[in-house]
Structure formats: C-alpha cells, structure tokens
Write a protein that binds this ligand. Sequence first.
Ligand SMILES: [Zn+2]
Length: 251
Amino acid sequence: MNEQGLIDKLRTMLDASRRAVVFTGAGVSTESGIPDFRSPGGIWTRYQPIDFADFLASEEMRVESWRRKFATEPVLRAARPNRGHRAVAALVRRGVASSVITQNIDGLHQASGIPEEKVIELHGNTTRARCLECGKRFELEDIRAELERRGRAPTCDACGGLVKTATISFGQPLPEEALARSREEALACDLFLAVGSSLVVQPAASFPVLARRSGARLAILNREPTDLDGLADLVLNMEIGPTLGEAVGVE
Ligand SMILES: [Zn+2]
C-alpha cells in the first residue's frame, strides 16, 4: 500500500472508532525541537538526568541535578506543540480519543489544549516541581532564584522534604495511578493508536499488547519500525505531524 493508502486507512480506522486511546512517545516531540534523550549527541548526553538514588544521596548531586535541569530549560521553554500534537488534540476534542497516554515529560499535549485530566503522564512532567514527601507544588522560577542566591537545592517550606522536578527519574518507580489508568484505558478502547514510540520501554510497551488482546485494533505510527509491528492492524513508518495531520484533517 502506498503512503496515501495508509493514511486513508488510518482515517477510516479513526472514523470507525467509538473510543480510541492515543499513546505518544518522544517522536511526537522531536518535531517540536525536543531531542530524544536516548539518541546520542543531544543535550541529554551533556546534561544527562541524575539517577534517583544519587539525587537522594547528596546535596551536591541535587544541586548538579538542578543545574542540568536549568541548562536544558531554554530548549523546553522554546518548544511549541506541532501538527502532530494538534491532531491528537483534535481527536480528544471531537470525542474520538478518551485520553492520551504519554511517555513525554514536556507538557506539550496540555499546551496544545488537551485538558489536564485527559493526559496520563507515565514519566511525569518537567515543567513542574514538587516535594517528594508531601507533594506540595513549587514553581521552577522560585527554585532557580533560590539556587542562584544560596547555591542550595530547594527543600519544602511545609515539611522540610526534598523538592524535585515532577519527572520520574531513572530508578524511581513509575506512578501507580498513571499505570492503573493506562491499563484501564487500554482495556476499554476499541482502537489503540501508538505514535512516535519505539515501544520497547516497559511497562509502557505492554499497553498496546493489552489493548490488542482485549479486542481493540492497533495502529502504529513511527518513523522507524517497532517491536510490535507484527501485532498491529496498521503500521505507518512515516513522519508524524504531516501523517497524523492529514489523517485527522488538521493543519
Ligand atoms: Zn513537603
């Protein structure tokens, strides 16, 4: 089937769906200029995130962790939702997609207009910070000012706990609630659309399998082949924004 035929088939599948779930990975955000942290040579190589155990272990590592966070901040701050994000937002707005499960931490789905409660973030969100003990939310700008003024990593003014970006670091358990909701969505959908993910990281990669086994159709849109292509009803190895934009009818 040629590319146009594949896009038409994706449109037909979306039109036929009564409850779709969209699952997104780094590939959606690379088109907004956010590099995939697993690819070599990018900003994440120079400013690799600190492991959770190291963050907990010393003040020095916490300061370094925040230093790296703020070094990568301009890239994140400049990023805007792209055509792929807009297409996903249109699917949610039209009631085709019940929710979006994402591995991305950049908040661009929310920035594209999807309500907060419809975005399930498996790896957290780097645009926010919170206390690891009591969960109190902190603004990044306040933390930056504190870091520059005193050279110290922030602690919670309510309970004294450590404050960290609201992302899930390596070595930190994935959020139970997000995992449970993702499983529910995978079981309840009739179409699981995986976009921009290589579908290798567990347990994220288990959701398309779960959906497929419970009778949903599976469509995969990713520039490169994925491990789950053999399981899918439709595979599109194409650019994400232009492809999804055309299938959904969004510029
Ligand atoms: Zn606290």
